[in-house]
Design a protein around this ligand. Structure first.
Ligand code: NAD
Length: 315
């Protein structure tokens, strides 16, 4: 496993990070002991960056992650969770709520400090309020030693850049935007790097769309995007290959990210993912998959609704 600087923070995190949303059964039911075993497989493979949120599984992902990390030397992993999002339509970025939220998360995670506290899905809040109220509240927790670093997460890159330009933040987390299907994050990378902000590149498998199992029913991409992703999965199967492998290799090799964060509640996936990122990309398969996805490149969604135009424009 290779390790990279998390922005200017001095922390070194694994180039492959562990995304804990599947521990909240976001991608379907799983046995709790498998969830715990998945976290242990990640630690044993050298993954030291773990990302979760109280939103995932209505706090259950934090509880499973906390149980799995119980008894593990605290200095051996970098723990990130989020504040402000608590349900599909439930957001509260007030200072009072986010401070309480951090303390609730600490209890579930069984620790006395967070390495990273992130405002979750900022596009659903008032960005100026996040700058003027939410981030200063997290800074107070930082001054008290409860939180080491502060960041923001979300989907529209202009919203992440708006905050990064106006507030002193340590990290941004973008998702589904440095993948085989959508690479809009690449155009913003320099802008974040200039500000010394560590970039966390989440969802390299496009939230399951770039796997042979396919996207979950709640996936916000349009039917045409999902149809092309399914075609790419079929193309890989015909070649005796796995789209998930190509997708993960592609995202991790993108460069310039502190970590690429992939989710799973299955230890076998962790073992596969760690092995895959050490193998060379099949360039001929990559070229064919790129052609297969060409008609839906950079197509995403706005506030959870699919759209066929490129949202947010260029940096
Ligand atoms: P992902 O792209 O990592 O895909 C997860 C899906 O891929 C799961 O169904 C998982 O079982 C499957 N998978 C994993 N490894 C596989 C393999 N080897 N073969 C086949 N299938 C495999 O999507 P994600 O989990 O949603 O994103 C990663 C993490 O990033 C999340 O868990 C979360 O921590 C973070 N994230 C944050 C935000 C945000 O803050 N707004 C949004 C999205 C993701």
């Amino acid at each position: 496993m290779r390790y990279r600087a998390l922005g200017r923070t001095g922390l070194q995190i694994s180039e492959l990070g562990f995304g804990a949303s599947p521990l909240g059964a976001v991608y379907g039911a799983f046995a709790r002991q498998d969830g715990v075993a998945t976290v242990h497989a990640a630690l044993e493979s050298g993954i030291n960056f773990f990302d979760v949120s109280p939103y995932y599984g209505a706090t259950s992902a934090e509880s499973v992650l906390g149980a799995a990390l119980h008894g593990i030397e605290r200095s051996t992993y970098v723990l990130a969770t989020k504040v402000g999002r608590y349900g599909d339509t439930e957001f509260d970025f007030s200072a009072e709520r986010v401070k309480r939220s951090v303390h609730e998360s600490l209890r579930r995670l069984g620790t006395d400090h967070l390495d990273l506290a992130q405002c979750h899905d900022i596009e659903f809040g008032d960005l100026d309020r996040i700058i003027e109220e939410t981030l200063p509240a997290l800074r107070e927790l930082q001054d008290a030693g409860t939180v080491r670093l502060i960041g923001v997460t979300g989907y529209p890159l202009p919203a992440l850049a708006y905050v990064a330009q106006r507030a002193d933040i340590d990290t941004i987390m973008s998702y589904c935007q440095y993948t085989l299907q959508d690479r809009r994050l690449a155009a913003w990378r320099e802008r974040f790097a200039e500000r010394g902000v560590g970039i966390l590149n989440a969802s390299p498998l496009a939230m399951g769309a770039l796997t042979s199992r396919g996207a979950p029913p709640w996936h916000p991409a349009s039917a045409s995007v999902l149809e092309r992703c399914a075609a790419a999965a079929a193309l890989c199967r015909e070649r005796g290959a796995d789209l998930a492998k190509l997708a993960l290799q592609y995202s991790v090799s993108g460069g310039g990210f502190s970590s690429t964060v992939v989710g799973s509640a299955d230890p076998a996936n962790v073992h596969r993912n760690v092995r895959w990122i050490g193998e060379p990309i099949d360039q001929s398969l990559l070229a064919d998959v790129e052609s297969c996805l060409a008609s839906v490149r950079e197509q995403g969604w706005i506030n959870g609704r699919a759209e066929n135009q490129q949202p947010g424009g260029e940096p």
